[in-house]
Ligand binder design. Sequence first.
Ligand SMILES: Nc1ncnc2c1ncn2[C@@H]1O[C@H](COP(=O)(O)OP(=O)(O)OP(=O)(O)O)[C@@H](O)[C@H]1O
Length: 317
Amino acid sequence: MFTEAIAAFAPRLPLAVAYSGGADSSALLRACAARWPGQVHAVHVHHGLQAAADGFEAHCRSTCAALGVPLVVAHVQARHARGQSPEDAARRARYAAIAEVALREWGDGGPRDVALAQHADDQVETIVLALSRGAGLPGLAAMPAQWEQGGLRFHRPLLQVPGAALRAWLAAQGAAWIEDPSNADTAYLRNRIRAELLPVLERLFPAFRSTFARSAAHAAEAQQLLRGLADQDLQATGIPPAIAALQALPRARQANALRHWLAEAHGTAPSAVQLAELLDQIDACRTRGHRLHLKVGAGFVRRSGALLGWYNPALSS
Ligand SMILES: Nc1ncnc2c1ncn2[C@@H]1O[C@H](COP(=O)(O)OP(=O)(O)OP(=O)(O)O)[C@@H](O)[C@H]1O
């Protein structure tokens, strides 16, 4: 399964592999370096978060030297904002650091494609986590196999490969990797899902990796349609949206348009309760003197004349 996934992977060359030193990215790096000799780079992100980070970097340096793969190390200090998980903050900081390395170190003729080693088990964990917090379609769509950011194209070529297949391949190569101690830390829900839930799913639904992935793909497709609809509706309502134009839309379309407006213009997301309250208020807002002022996401939505507006008092002071 792993070798088939590598054979089917068709990035632009040269290619960079995001290499943590862990099992998954070690397998990806070795397989890519063997498939495209002299055309593969590695990038390692040193997280100031863990005491062990220096050891990870040293391991990556010696492996890359042995493989003849040029390695760049980027240092980040990921701090998470309130309401953001430390893992999310680390992930965002990591992708931004990789994009910066690409600009600074690789330059013209250097890699523009970057491969990440998330696999089918990671995808299932992402879907289960999304379900557990009542996520909508964007969350259920889970991780995309490809996206663009900072002028780079990121790929996840292993999303159909079970984690065990990667480790089996690596062990057969006699290759060493680092076991990140935080992967066994049961304080992280993701690790408990991996250790406790995945074995049960395996027993009850042996095809769960591919069926869950299919559901995620359906969600991603539906989300694309909703995005298109929100774009159309926001063209009609304007940005920020006019209250009367919102009222002309069915409630579910108002909700969809409002979610997109808040996410794209303000980087914030309403809770289900906040959105329901906002929709009720918009519906009730039929007279000139009607006030509207509600906590929404990380700030407030208020009426300003014929329009809605969003502000965050912490940012505007
Ligand atoms: N410190 C890092 N430097 C570079 N790339 C990283 C780093 N951490 C993670 N990645 C990339 O992001 C992918 C997903 O990261 P995640 O933290 O979910 O997995 P991981 O447990 O670190 O994976 P691996 O077994 O490859 O170490 C990794 O497979 C790797 O390609």
